[in-house]
Design a protein around this ligand. Structure first.
Ligand code: FES
Length: 179
């Protein structure tokens, strides 16, 4: 009935002019860019929250664990000290420990108390001269190397220094292995 394309009831579309095509593309690109920026703005804090523990540099600190004369040459003893970054709410969980051995008049060696398998505290058996992990049977030689069980890495060692007659250990984050 209405064959004339200019008639208002006509369903036939008029082809777009090059100007209309480029304007439509411009607005499409603009809305994509605005949408992308909005998504980035909303997503960045979430991504930052997830990645921040990976990117944060773990704090370290020297902690005094006793006087030089408190330690007998050849003995391996557990020493306790406060974490490098205790939170105000951490309570007793801020306390950590290490195994410390006096090797000579002025040299010490310190091992992390945490097993390198899944982090359980290891025990020192003086008669056997071995560190034993009660969780899955991990065993370490007196130098920290793996003797048996699931751990694949030796016990982590901490730097030790003597300052003004006091023995100090440099703290480190708990060496938990990611599987
Ligand atoms: Fe020590 Fe598994 S945590 S053997």
């Amino acid at each position: 009935m209405h064959d004339n394309p200019s008639h208002p009831d006509s369903h036939e579309k008029r082809p777009e002019t090059p100007e209309e095509i480029s304007r439509r593309r411009f607005f499409r690109d603009l809305s994509l860019a605005v949408g992308g920026c909005a998504a980035l703005g909303m997503g960045a804090p979430v991504v930052g929250f997830i990645l921040s523990p990976l990117l944060r540099k773990e704090p370290r600190a020297w902690r005094t664990v006793g006087k030089l004369d408190d330690f007998k040459i050849g003995d391996t003893v557990d020493v306790r000290y406060e974490d490098a970054s205790p939170e105000t709410w951490s309570g007793v969980t801020a306390h950590t420990a290490a195994w410390l051995r006096r090797e000579s008049k002025d040299t010490f060696i310190a091992f992390s108390i945490n097993c390198t398998h899944l982090g359980c505290p290891v025990r020192w058996l003086p008669q056997a001269r071995l560190f034993m992990c009660p969780c899955h049977g991990g065993v370490f030689y007196e130098n920290g190397d793996v003797a048996a069980g699931p751990p694949e890495r030796p016990l982590v060692r901490y730097p030790v220094r003597i300052e003004n007659g006091e023995v100090q250990i440099e703290t480190e984050p708990i060496p938990i292995v990611t599987i």
